[in-house]
Ligand binder design. Sequence first.
Ligand SMILES: Cc1ncc(COP(=O)(O)O)c(C=O)c1O
Ligand SMILES: Nc1c(O)cccc1C(=O)C[C@H](N)C(=O)O
Length: 416
Amino acid sequence: MLDPFLAEARALDAADPLAGFRDDFVITDPDTVYLDGNSLGRLPKATRETLRQAVDAWGGDLIDGWHAWLPVGREAGDVLAGVLGAEPGEVVLSDSTSVNLYKLAVAALDARPGRDVIVTDDDNFPTDRYILEGIAAARGLEVRRVGADIDEGLRTEDVEAALDDRVALVCLSHVAYRSGALADLPAVTAAAHRHGALVLWDLCHSAGAVEIGLTAADADLAVGCTYKYLNGGPGAPAFLYVRRDLQDVLVQPIRGWFGQTDQFAMGPDYRPPPTIDRFLVGTPPMLSGLAALEGARITARAGIGPVAAKARTLTDYALRLADAWLTPLGFRVATPRDPARRGSHLSLHHPAAWQLCQALKAERVVPDHRPPERLRLGFAPLYTRHTDLHTGLTRLRDIAATDRHLTFPIIPQGLT
Ligand SMILES: Cc1ncc(COP(=O)(O)O)c(C=O)c1O
Ligand SMILES: Nc1c(O)cccc1C(=O)C[C@H](N)C(=O)O
């Protein structure tokens, strides 16, 4: 008899309005179940072609190529604005998420003179915590860390309790990198605004996975990477968002010539334009920028509404498999069960998570491991099928049931 879960996966895939998008990606080994698109997304076929042409343009056009390349960061920003629920002209590609976080955090702090507290959470992604601590140390500020449950995420009331009129900036991840827990972006933003603070959101794990609605939430600032669900490729430039009315108010700390009015006039003084361009710094990596644009276009074409809806059916389906097959084997779901409170990945706690991760890879299922003791399974709605989850979790169940993972070393080393 056909496993009812498999029948269900096939029915969900058959009814999936995004099913055709899988063909837009390069898939060299169809037997591998790739569940790490939340760390590095797949290569879009269009990107392979775009990059071939870009390399030829470099070879042929040489310096003249810049006429076509210079607008790419803004063009990609406008495509991403649709994905993030922002307006054209409010998003641009620039630098890395880490560098953008620094630039916007400092700009926000400078816009709130006399206030000396940054609020973040104690489970935020490492780069965010390190950068905020660094800024605070350099400026003699306090970092107030809200306690976040590592599986259930941040509670709005806990953020609210940390707010007062000393707080200049609240900086949080929208989707928590380990658990996938989704913070309440509109509610936290509104609470911070009631206390006169600005909010900077890290959208790395939500961009291209959930509906964000930056404009609807009156969000101030955001950063995020393009190499995860947006399929921009390894090291592709990050994006930054600054709400229109803040653009000519905020001054970013790295006064590069790409953030200058009429940069090729090579003028004597720094006079940043009143637009999103003032948050640029230096010469962008063009090949990666073109790849980020191509990747963003696919999500924009699919529409973030259908993408987010598929993220819900994928995570919901995987949760039910986990409950039925994995909980009896010592796994514990480490992601919120409420679909309104999670992004597009699922975390599973198991004391042997590292070994299970290695065993899965050996059997052509690619998850990753995040300490402490969590397997992280990322579902990229554009190319992950429900049947992939059935295959991947069947292999995980069989490995755990037969202890095949115990032959792998216990100590994590290097990349997962
Ligand atoms: C939440 C979050 N912020 C930031 C980063 C990384 O930023 P960067 O691209 O600067 O390494 C990641 C992933 O690498 C992330 O998951
Ligand atoms: N950015 C990464 C990298 O340069 C190497 C390996 C992994 C990454 C990641 O994106 C990790 C990811 N942000 C995470 O949530 O763990």
